[in-house]
Design a protein around this ligand. Sequence first.
Ligand SMILES: [Mg+2]
Length: 226
Amino acid sequence: MIPASVRAIFFDAVGTMIFPTPPAADVYADIGRRHGSRLPLDVIVTRFRAAFRAEEEFDRRNDLRTDETREVRRWRRIVGAVLDDVADGEAVFGELFEYFSRPSAWRCNPDAGAVLAELARRGYRLGLASNYDGRLRSVAAGLPELRPLEHLVLSSEVGWRKPARGFFEAVVQEAGVPAGHVLFVGDDPVNDGEGARAAGLRVLLLDRCGPYESCIVRLGDLLSKE
Ligand SMILES: [Mg+2]
């Protein structure tokens, strides 16, 4: 599945390499309840999705520019929109923000350890490239399966969110080889698929097929011959 010209492979983080476990809405419900929220889980799920989408639309209107301040504001607004019935919204936000900076809040893709070890053995330059913020550094550092991912490209640090071209230019720069020699593996047809392809990278989408992308069902399929 890996084209012969590829020298570097960069992976999306959330939904590809790592998954919030238990799901984010469960954590919101749990921490919210301790702060007096009475919202049922299904309402939290629906509100979370809507709030997340609204923030992404806000970013698109702002040319996908970002920084660490914007990322903190994103999560403060999402938490506020979801858990609007707690006594101390700022305390709830602080707890949730800190919670998701812990490696223990996340689980790796079950194929991650074996696949990354093998790709490292084959000599690829490996990295993680994410719209998640600076917290990904502490999360990744605490998940041993991800150790072969030596390069980290975070939108809050490079100033552009996926699918902006500027983000993928930063990936190519970090990869240290021309764009056509970089394979991008992700789960989002637009943010990962279209963004990487438009910047000249090769693309593999996990568990989903867009009109142009090759697709794999499991991360482990990366190592299969075709
Ligand atoms: Mg993703």
